[in-house]
Design a protein around this ligand. Sequence first.
Ligand code: ZN
Length: 178
Amino acid sequence: MTDIKEIAQLGADVLRQKADAINYINSAENVALISALRDTLASTQGVGIAAPQISISKRIIIVASRPSARYPYAPLMEPTVMINPNFTALSDITEKDWEGCLSIPGIRALVPRYTNIEITYTDLNNQQITAHLTGFIARIFQHEFDHLQGIVYLDRVEDKLDIFAESEYFKLINNRAQ
Ligand code: ZN
């Protein structure tokens, strides 16, 4: 049975709250939450989702880079559930690139993110994982992590001129590909 939840939209309080840590990874509540997050993400063209986006203020994200119409150049990876994630930047270097968000439909913007990060999280087997992320996947992680802090990507845009309607973003990307 799939369990597709409504996506919280910008303006909803839950997107502005700091999410709570998960204490019992295998609780029934948590298992249901992860399943709903997976199903909801799979029903979209998104490359990641955070529990607050389905109105549950808990520290769980899924990072699921894959090429799509929304992100044609995204690398393909297995969707990865990350519980109580954290990260540190391995250098001060940041790069601006395009982001969108299921909670902010119709908009794209250039957002600076660290290009090189070390992440930690608890996986579904209750193992503590450490990993090194770069580029687009590091970007997705930082975007989803922000959702757990009550931050959305528009908060990180440096110049208002870096905010585009999605239709204009697609024109730009299509011209670049030609
Ligand atoms: Zn988002």
